[in-house]
Design a protein around this ligand. Sequence first.
Ligand SMILES: Nc1ncnc2c1ncn2[C@@H]1O[C@H](COP(=O)(O)OP(=O)(O)O)[C@@H](O)[C@H]1O
Ligand SMILES: [Mg+2]
Length: 336
Amino acid sequence: MANVLITLHEDRPATTANHFAVIYSVDENDCFEMAQGMSQLGHDVFFVNWADFDGQEFTRMFNYNRRGFVRPLELADFALAFVYKMEGFLFDLPRFFGMVRRIEQQCYCVLNRPATIAHNADKRYMWELEREGVRIIPTYPLDSRAEGMIADGQPLVLKPIFGERGYGAVLARTPEDISGIKGKPSEYIAQKYMSEIRAGERSLMFVGPEFHHAVIKKPAPSNPDEFRCNMSLGGTVEVYSPTREELTFAENVLQAYTRLGYEAHFSRIDVIATDEGPTLMEAELLNPSMYANYSQVGPQFGMAVARYFDSVLAGGQRSPDSVAGFTPPARIFSLR
Ligand SMILES: Nc1ncnc2c1ncn2[C@@H]1O[C@H](COP(=O)(O)OP(=O)(O)O)[C@@H](O)[C@H]1O
Ligand SMILES: [Mg+2]
């Protein structure tokens, strides 16, 4: 029996003495199924809100097994820490990575691996995957060449290098649109605008290397100008069966990550269908929404995650990698 820590995006006002409430119930309710699975395997599961991290330890802790708040354990008491959801971590990346580093030093095993988390937080990983043979949406630095492409009539999506849930993403159709970004151009990547997005972004969920389930997300149907599929922006989600080609493609993305030295233990691979075949939109290895309960596979998914994490733990290998070499930017411009 081991102590397991899960960071969650708490809905603090809705939390009660015997219920730890989460914000995005559509996907975060999955945490209860994962906790249930781990407790069935004999583990003691604790939920924390990263706002309660004081630089060293967590000052509040909810024990899932006993369904109540308990006197917080020390991080060194945890065999496994699952860095899952954190409210607004992008506002304060130095604090976030400080927490990850501390967890890494104290806990036996961290999933996803801290080095993977650091690598995935920076969207320039797309170029590294491309070098590993993954077909990605054509992606460029936001520089004079990209500006020239826009001036020549090629619309580009400008995305913060550190961003999530579509925040800060801008569709630039004219050079003037570039002024719509909130930070410096060097803090953005530019991508070819893919009109195929209206036919949906396929999200394939993986537990370790194994595919589990999938959904298809589409931009708000009522707003033809909206290209972002994120549910927080009115996007829709449906259960989806990926094609064999999409499945193989997503598996290859994970294998490319492994070759780069960033094995994914919990991931969502987002692809769009183009004339060339499946094409990578993003690989979400940090903070992924998994839509398991939404897809009516919550309990199975929870158990699959629990068994897999248990096997990683039983493998007995302390995480070899670290965030030590990663310097997060001090200021995140994209969200407000
Ligand atoms: N190149 C693109 N072409 C068309 N739509 C895009 C493009 N890039 C992003 N989008 C839309 O914006 C959304 C958010 O972009 P994404 O790369 O997933 O970043 P994040 O979710 O981390 O903010 C996507 O789900 C998709 O709907
Ligand atoms: Mg996304």
